[in-house]
Design a protein around this ligand. Structure first.
Ligand code: UD1
Ligand code: CA
Length: 430
């Protein structure tokens, strides 16, 4: 059986109240549309995405991450609606699976089950306590009769709690014959894809309803829905990670990007945030630390540390209130209150409390290179570009502006004066 997948993503998404097109809003770090594309690609390479609203922006986003996705522009002016989205298309495969771009939680396995059902149309149904906003599915004697949109419902139909989840698998031959027949004779003056159901019923076609769950098939129409979908996705990501052996303390307080990868034995304490394409191997991330787009291996980080993008940290101890950005640290100890930006720090090196790499002069960024077995005393500033070679010491409180050769001590601070008897003179005490 050959399968085409069509993803509807042309709508304005008015209810999001955002300048960003709805399908580009992210769930767990990835645009909703990309979640559904990734699952779709597990089933077929024949994928068409229907766009219109902010066409260039969405197309560019898709093309920057995927090749070979067929992108079609819907004529929203003349043919608005989910049925309008398919006007002019003709499918050559056996089956066509129609998905919505605002449905980020669906899993490929479930989609595969839907496509394997033997019917002219298999359609998905949610049983909801509150069906508001969805199309109601009229079922008589266990057979689907039609789908009526909320705005077209009479009072009796409005009370129906079986709603259209918006995913359908059509026989391509049937869909090709129905697309030209969809009209806009309804309350919203839109071409509804849902009208194909009644047309198919009228020509005695077999329509199989499949009951699905909200935790996969909820549609995101507002920022509130987005937050609910995010919670579902986070639960799923964390459950899979814990089942693979990652320890999480108070997991509901933890956020993990869908693109993050973990290996070995890792522990994440309360409030940890892992953003972007991180790789965390055999490491312990302590409470309230934020890790962004970095690689952490055999290390312990935090509590309350901030590891910013493009850091690569191995065999290292990072303590509280330490910020690292775009730096490579291998075998380093930085226990307290320091900033390492655009730096490369090698094994056996200790970064004292309050050490700052001054990596920015107001115009450009510069790098700091620190070799092996360097002792950087507390409260030192390393003014980049600067190189500190192996086996050196930086005295506490130094401002280092020039390179330090192997074996040296660098000290740069004003000499201390001691003035005896000053206190009593100053406060005029005898
Ligand atoms: C649609 C269904 C409704 C179902 C619900 C499930 C219709 C007429 N209604 O309603 O029965 O319960 O989904 O979530 O199909 N889109 C286009 N072009 C358009 C309009 C929409 O591509 O002209 C895309 C949107 O970008 C979105 C998807 O189709 O990804 C669904 O559109 P939306 O406006 O959210 O449909 P609903 O009103 O939710
Ligand atoms: Ca919707």
């Amino acid at each position: 059986m050959s399968l085409s997948i069509v993803i509807l993503a042309a709508g304005k998404g008015t209810r999001m109240k955002s300048s960003l097109p709805k399908v580009l809003h992210s769930i767990s770090g990835k645009p909703m549309l990309f979640h559904i594309l990734d699952e779709s690609l597990k089933l077929t390479s024949d994928i068409t995405v229907i766009l219109s609203h902010k066409f260039d922006l969405v197309k560019e986003q898709i093309e920057s991450s995927y090749s070979d996705i067929n992108i079609v522009k819907q004529d929203l002016q003349n043919y608005p609606g989910t049925g309008g989205a398919l006007k002019g298309l003709e499918f050559k495969s056996n089956k066509v699976l129609v998905l919505n771009g605002d449905m980020p939680l669906v899993k490929s396995q479930t989609l595969e089950n839907i496509t394997s059902i033997d019917a002219d149309i298999a359609m998905t149904i949610l049983e909801l306590e509150d069906p508001t906003g969805y199309g109601r599915v009229v079922i008589k004697n266990n057979l689907v009769q039609e789908i009526v949109e909320q705005k077209d419902c009479n009072a009796e139909q409005k009370a129906i709690k079986s709603v259209n989840a918006g995913v359908y698998c059509f026989s391509a031959e049937l869909l090709n014959s129905l697309i030209p027949k969809i009209d806009d004779n309804n309350a919203q003056k839109e071409y509804y894809l849902t009208d194909t159901i009644k047309m198919a019923v009228d020509s005695n076609r077999a329509i199989k309803p499949i009951v699905v769950n909200e935790d996969e098939f909820m549609g995101v129409n507002s920022k509130y829905h987005l937050s609910i979908a995010e919670d579902f996705m986070q639960d799923r990501i964390k459950q899979e990670l814990m089942e693979s052996g990652i320890t999480m303390r108070n997991p509901s307080s933890i956020y993990i990007d869908s693109r993050a990868k973990f290996s070995g034995e890792c522990t994440l304490e309360s409030g940890v945030i892992v953003e972007g394409e991180c790789e965390i191997n055999n490491s312990h991330i302590k409470s309230y630390s934020v890790i962004e787009e970095s690689i952490i291996t055999n290390s312990d980080i935090g509590p309350l540390a901030h590891i910013r993008p493009k850091s690569n940290i191995t065999n290292t101890h990072i303590g509280n209130f330490v910020e690292v950005k775009k730096s490579t640290l291998n075998g380093v100890k930085a226990g307290h209150l320091s900033y390492m930006g655009d730096s490369n720090i090698q094994s056996g090196t200790n970064i004292g409390a309050g050490v700052i790499t001054c990596n920015y002069d107001g115009k450009a960024k510069y790098s700091t290179n620190i070799g092996k077995n360097v002792f950087v005393g507390s409260d030192s500033q390393l003014v980049a570009p600067v190189t500190i070679e192996d086996n050196t010491m930086i005295a506490a409180g130094s401002t280092i502006t020039s390179d330090v050769p192997t074996g040296a001590l660098a000290i740069s601070r004003a000499k201390q004066k001691v003035i005896n008897g000053f206190f009593n003179k100053f406060f005029k005490k005898s």
